[in-house]
Ligand binder design. Sequence first.
Ligand SMILES: *Cc1c(COP(=O)(O)O)cnc(C)c1O
Length: 421
Amino acid sequence: MKDYVADWETLKRTDPEVAEAMAAELRRERSTLRLIASENYASPAVLAALGSTMNNKYAEGYPGRRYYGGCEFVDVTERLAVERAKALFGAEHANVQPHAGAQANMAVFGAFLEPRSDDTVLALVLAHGGHLTHGSPVNVSGMWFRFVGYEVDRDTEQLDMDRVADLARTHRPKVILAGFTAYPRVIDFAAFRRIADEVGAILWVDASHFIGLCAGGAYPSPVPYADVVTFTTHKTLRGPRGAIILCREEHAKAIDRAVFPMMQGGPLEHVIAAKAVALKEAMSPEFSEYAARTVRAARALAEGLAEEGLRIVSGGTDSHLVLADLGPLGIGGKQAESVCDEIGVALNKNGIPFDPKPPMDPSGIRVGTPGPATLGMEEAEMKEAASIIGEALRHPSDETVKRRCRARVAELVARFPVYPG
Ligand SMILES: *Cc1c(COP(=O)(O)O)cnc(C)c1O
């Protein structure tokens, strides 16, 4: 019997247009220095699980309690994913079905909050590193629920827990949300827990960005402190696109009901199989080395960018990401992103706290090291990356400089092959 797992040859024959775009994407990943903080390289084993016939199975419900027959094998992989998630993070309950981070977050709203009521969520303001699903007016979270925002301190550009506590006492939120998309420092989960206990709130941590670092022991875990933890599986965790929710046993029923049937239909069992594979990988000593390397590399990148004249927001990083203010170089985020794109460096423009410039052309860039660390890049490579970025951003219109920068990027990425063999 032919093995139909990820049958690349058949795809090339039957749909050359799609196959060519996919091949081009692989070439792009191979030739670009990818510093997007939310991106990574899933392993060949994870990609194989994604390309499997588990895609074909309907399995509404949960293992042992499905609405369809024939679920005995997807039950095996889903149970493996659940047990591995619980073991890896020391959690009481895991739901591995959310299709993506946004859907996991919607399930938390569904489990704990009444839409269009006075139920309040205390969360970081979006402009200081929150996420669209944390109350943006264009997202259903902001349309249906009442948000009160805390900010980072103007001087330290870090969280001020006294200020969070004051806001919690004033607004008595039902849910307090911590965990962000552009916050480079350690979060004081114990302090958030104390505040939540004082005002009787649920503590929800959205660990999407840093969960892989927690798995590898390179960043504090929110699991001992939070009532519920949501996270994406494709960022630092390096698995398939998707998400997982961890919670305390007392909230298990509410969370499971909120994922299915409240928010979703049939679970993506091929993705859940890939989540199980990624979670097993995350239990290995190699993964811990990757997590530590990610943080080391980010610190080196921050130092390097500071030497190139950029101002590092909050003065440094404790995680996989660096937020840098381009102000001292006199270039905007929009142009910086496109100049870097021209030389083969992928990064994103980003607002900085109290940014005087608009979101479409903000003052900063966000860079991250999960991808480079997966490839084995270390501090020296990140110093080289910072030097290349600095040179390009100081001469954004000089074609000779950009040609030289492009050649330096090509030399750097050639030493760290992507999906070799
Ligand atoms: C990425 C991210 C999400 C959304 O994940 P998607 O899979 O893109 O829906 C939610 N919250 C945070 C903090 C994130 O970083």
